[in-house]
Design a binder for this molecule. Structure first.
Ligand code: FEO
Ligand code: CA
Ligand code: CA
Ligand code: CA
Length: 545
């Protein structure tokens, strides 16, 4: 069975025909045709919108390039340091989450939100002097994190994607941009009375709201806040930005809690409340969801943002299949007899600012680094990338799937399964960001850390990659490799255009282990002259269906 799975992953052409059928032609095993009826998996009875993709899965690679299946190509759209607008703002470092916003409904012209997660002192701010950064270095550190809004267009003649470098709409949101706080912790002693905060950084992944704004997640904020001498309670939140509207005050929603936020995936409950699923990327951390008090009203546009100010934040208890509300009274009850904890948790703002501690106190389940969380477009089940956790031997991670009671995102009970497990048998290790196509194929990128790649337990995977995993049909749970990253890079932030003919993808930290600029471990992508490995966003085209 394992060999059969491996053979299928390695040698067969994936020819999806809707989510319901798969025809596969082999390159060495004779011709196989499979038609798998997946309708039984389809809880909502929705029909797949179109045919699936066709590609010849690639083999793992150590090549210093973004390797794609035959017939696919990538255009480098934006790289670290590129000028993005008339004003001369520049593209930040270590691009991550991307989100495409069509301009006038175009699938060939839009704004692209891009997260910038962290910097590399070798290439950005320089080394500390006597253990501290100068003011100029702090400015570089903060400017090159946060997000970029860039304008992208597909050339009618060449069919290549490029950035509009003199865009009027492109702008930066950085570690220097003023933010408003919203929700219960705003102005509270938990955030030292603040109702405004300086900047955003450590922006890892994110999500799209139902009203077409960006949610971007502050993940490992601790180092930057310490280096820049900024109050750490002002970071570790989910921020909201309206890419088309500079007048929309950028904000941090404290009702969604403070932890090492990976991403935020929005759905809607059966009674119209907004639900946001979230991962906390730490070893032994919990899965969360926020459910708004109010209901979504499409006509209100970005005023629906208020829904993210009042609601209930839950943490998942996997053993009992319960979503536990992070309510002050419950936390204080659980803390009874522990004076230090009772001192810490005096207001709901305290609970939201110290979510992980509160969740564990209440009995939420510590899990293996929950990173991206995405909702299946087919049956509304929830997929969670549990990257890995070497503390108890989960070296390669797994993808968990939650089934909410009555298939309702507002439910307080759920069941779960392990949908796919990393390892030699599946061909992937350390699943991280996830995205779905409209045929309910789950696309995942992997994040084996740069110092582990191509060694020991990670040898067979070679460089990090991108995989397509059908969630229905006979190949449910089988990973087909679609891309291999340049040396020491991680692929992040996959985002399809609405017609699914283009996939935007971030190539983060190529050549991360470089110690000497004259001798970089990667020279990808060789743009703007020189050999510097530059984090870049690419547009992948060639999708056929
Ligand atoms: Fe920034 Fe959890 O990856
Ligand atoms: Ca990530
Ligand atoms: Ca990661
Ligand atoms: Ca990363």
């Amino acid at each position: 069975m394992e060999n059969q799975r491996l053979d299928r992953r390695t040698f067969l052409t994936y020819l999806g025909t809707g989510a319901t059928a798969l025809a596969a032609a082999s390159t060495g095993l004779g011709v196989l045709t499979e038609t798998a009826n997946a309708q039984s998996n389809n809880l909502l009875g929705t029909k797949p919108r179109k045919h699936g993709y066709e590609f010849q899965p690639i083999k793992p690679s150590t090549k210093d390039d973004l390797v794609l299946p035959k017939g696919y190509k990538y255009d480098v759209v934006a790289s670290y340091g590129d000028i993005i607008n008339k004003k001369g703002d520049t593209f930040g470092f270590n691009n991550d989450f991307t989100l495409y916003f069509p301009i006038e409904n175009s699938v060939n012209h839009g704004l692209l939100w891009v997260n910038h997660e962290y910097t590399n002192p070798l290439y950005v701010e320089g080394e500390k002097i006597n253990g501290t950064y100068s003011a100029a270095q702090v400015e570089k550190l903060l400017y090159n994190q946060g997000g970029s809004i860039i304008e992208v267009v597909r050339d009618k003649r060449t069919r290549s994607w490029k950035m509009v470098k003199d865009s009027e709409q492109a702008r930066r949101i950085t570690g220097l941009t003023p933010f408003a706080l919203t929700g219960p912790a705003k102005g509270s002693k938990a955030v030292n009375g603040a109702s405004m905060a300086q900047g955003t950084f450590a922006n890892c992944s994110g999500g799209r709201t139902l009203w077409s704004t960006v949610l971007s997640c502050e993940e490992n904020y601790e180092t930057t806040s310490a280096d820049a001498k900024l109050d750490p309670t002002h970071y570790g939140w989910v921020i909201e930005v309206d890419p088309f509207n500079p007048d929309f005050q950028v904000r941090k929603h404290t009702a969604l809690g403070r932890f090492n936020h990976e991403n935020a995936s929005m759905g809607i409950s059966q009674d119209g409340r907004v639900v946001v699923y979230m991962g906390d990327d730490k070893k032994d951390a919990c899965v969360y969801k926020f459910v708004s008090d109010g209901r979504f009203k499409e006509s209100l546009g970005n005023k629906n943002s208020r829904l993210l100010e009042e609601g209930t934040l839950y943490a998942a208890d996997l053993k009992n299949g319960k979503w536990l509300p992070l309510a002050l009274e419950d936390v204080r009850k659980a803390a009874r007899g522990k004076s230090e904890l009772l001192e810490k948790f005096q207001t709901q703002g305290d609970v939201l600012t110290n979510c992980h501690e509160a969740a564990i106190l209440l009995g939420a389940t510590p899990t293996d680094r929950p990173e991206d969380v995405e909702i299946s477009p087919l049956d509304q089940t929830i997929f969670i990338a549990h990257t890995n956790n070497d503390k108890h031997g989960n070296i390669h991670g797994h993808i968990t799937r939650f089934f909410e009671k009555d298939n309702d995102h507002g439910a307080t009970e759920f069941e779960f399964e392990i949908f796919a497990a990393g390892g030699r048998q599946s061909g992937f290790s350390a699943p991280d960001n996830l995205t779905f196509d409209s045929n309910a194929n789950l696309w995942t990128v992997t994040d084996i850390s740069s110092d582990k790649l191509n060694s020991a337990a990670w040898t067979s995977f070679k460089n990090n990659g991108m995989f397509m995993i059908p969630t229905v049909g006979r190949n449910q749970g089988v990973a087909f490799q679609f891309a291999s990253a340049p040396v020491q890079a991680e692929l992040t932030g996959p985002c399809f255009t609405p017609d699914e003919r283009t996939l935007f993808l971030s190539v983060q930290h190529p050549g991360e282990e470089t110690k000497d600029k004259l001798n970089p471990t990667s020279t990808w992508p060789q743009v703007r002259g020189g050999n510097m490995p530059r984090p870049s966003v690419v547009a992948i085209t060639g999708f056929k269906f």
